[in-house]
Design a protein. Structure first.
Length: 138
C-alpha cells in the first residue's frame, strides 16, 4: 500500500468462511521496489527506492534487520536463498547486498542453559557443605 509517498506492507488472513481480515501492518517505508518471502514463510525481505534493505518478520511485519545505506541508488530486486538463511538485494548501481537472516531461537536452548546452571549450583553447594567435614576428619 502506498500513501503520501510512503509504502506499507500489509498481511491479510482468510478465515474458513472466505472473509479477509488484516493480520499485520508494517511501519511506513520509502517506496518499495523489491519484495520477496522466504521459502519457510518466516520472513519478508524488501528493498526501497532509497537503496535500503529490510528484513521483516512475516507474522508481525516487525523489522528484524535494517540496512539503511545498502545501495547508493534505488534497489531493483530482492531474493531469498533457498535455505532462507540470507537474502540479497540488488541495485541499479550494480551492487548486491547480502543480509543474514537470524537463526530461529528455541526455548530448548534456554532450558538447557538453565539446567546446566542448576547442576553447577548444586555441585558448588555440595562442595561447600562437604569440604568442612573432610577438613575436620583429617
Amino acid at each position: 500500500m502506498v500513501h503520501r509517498g510512503q509504502a506499507s506492507v500489509l498481511a491479510w488472513r482468510a478465515d474458513a468462511g472466505g472473509s479477509w481480515a488484516l493480520a499485520a501492518h508494517s511501519k511506513a517505508f520509502n517506496p518499495v521496489t523489491g519484495l520477496d518471502v522466504s521459502a519457510d514463510g518466516r520472513f519478508v525481505g524488501l528493498a526501497t527506492a532509497e537503496g535500503e534493505a529490510f528484513l521483516l518478520d512475516a507474522a508481525t511485519l516487525a523489522v528484524k534487520r535494517a540496512v539503511k545505506k545498502a545501495h547508493m541508488v534505488f534497489a531493483t530486486s530482492v531474493a531469498f536463498a533457498g535455505d532462507s538463511h540470507a537474502f540479497v538485494s540488488t541495485s541499479a548501481d550494480a551492487s548486491a547486498r547480502v543480509v543474514a537472516v537470524p537463526a530461529a531461537t528455541s526455548g530448548a536452548g534456554v532450558l538447557r542453559l538453565l539446567l546446566v546452571l542448576l547442576m553447577l549450583a548444586v555441585t558448588a553447594a555440595a562442595l561447600v557443605l562437604l569440604l568442612p567435614v573432610r577438613a575436620a576428619t583429617s
